[in-house]
Design a protein around this ligand. Structure first.
Ligand SMILES: C[S@@+](CC[C@H](N)C(=O)[O-])C[C@H]1O[C@@H](n2cnc3c(N)ncnc32)[C@H](O)[C@@H]1O
Length: 215
């Protein structure tokens, strides 16, 4: 059965305390979701959630929000969370193209893990590191822009290095084979586990764009 056909996925996820039902209500005041002023980091395309669930467990003083387009994928994520209590994790079920209608200058970091590569030129704007998305991210970042990306897809990685450079990001860290010298703090995603087992190289970058503070 294809995941997208899971019946009543929307109903199932709506009942979870982790899902933010009306995310646009929090525009410009995302801190109210968590009732604290801790920094907020998001993952776009969180899939089945392993990365963000473990991030939230390991970093109780950071708030995490996962964005995922398909309710049917989130059914699996919500199931994993059934017996876990994490006050610093929430989930939004939207297409990330709407991200600047949800957040306004309040996000500290964006994680992009194994994003869909959209190899055809005519689909370029769907890539999560296309100039279209990078412009949207500028509106949601609180101050400096920080993006962390992992992928198995060399072409998407090369494309992202170019678009990020052209949008004034510099690179703090670039790895062309993450597993050749793996740090203890790496958190595997579901896709990563699959590609590592196939012995594909995993690419990683950490990009930052420093914003001059207003006096
Ligand atoms: C290849 S999967 C990777 C999932 C997970 N990050 C991992 O590494 O295991 C890409 C995920 O991104 C989601 N996605 C793709 N484009 C999206 C968008 N524009 N907004 C929200 N989610 C998106 C897809 O539905 C899918 O679940």
């Amino acid at each position: 059965m294809r995941l997208r056909n899971i019946k009543n996925a929307q109903d199932i996820i709506s009942k979870s305390e982790y899902l933010i039902l009306n995310p646009k209500d929090y525009y410009g005041k995302a801190y109210k979701i968590f009732n604290n002023k801790n920094k907020i980091e998001i993952e776009i395309g969180m899939g089945k959630g392993d990365f963000l669930i473990n991030k939230a467990k390991q970093n109780p003083d950071i708030n995490f929000i996962g964005i995922e387009k398909y309710a049917s994928v989130l059914v699996k994520t919500i199931k994993k969370l059934q017996n876990i209590k994490l006050d610093n994790l929430k989930i939004i079920n939207i297409d990330a193209i709407l991200i600047d209608e949800i957040f306004k200058q309040e996000i500290s970091k964006i994680y992009l893990n194994f994003s869909d590569p959209w190899p055809k030129k005519k689909h370029e704007n769907r890539r999560l590191t296309s100039p279209v998305f990078l412009k949207k991210y500028e509106k949601v970042f609180k101050d400096n822009y920080n993006i962390e990306m992992k992928t198995d897809n060399k072409k998407l990685f090369e494309y992202s290095l170019i678009t990020l450079s052209q949008n004034n990001y510099s690179f703090k860290n670039i790895k062309l084979d993450l597993y050749s010298a793996l740090n203890d703090d790496n958190i595997q995603t579901e896709y990563e586990r699959k590609f590592v087992s196939l012995q594909y190289p995993i690419y990683k970058l950490e990009a930052e764009c420093k914003i001059a503070k207003k006096m």
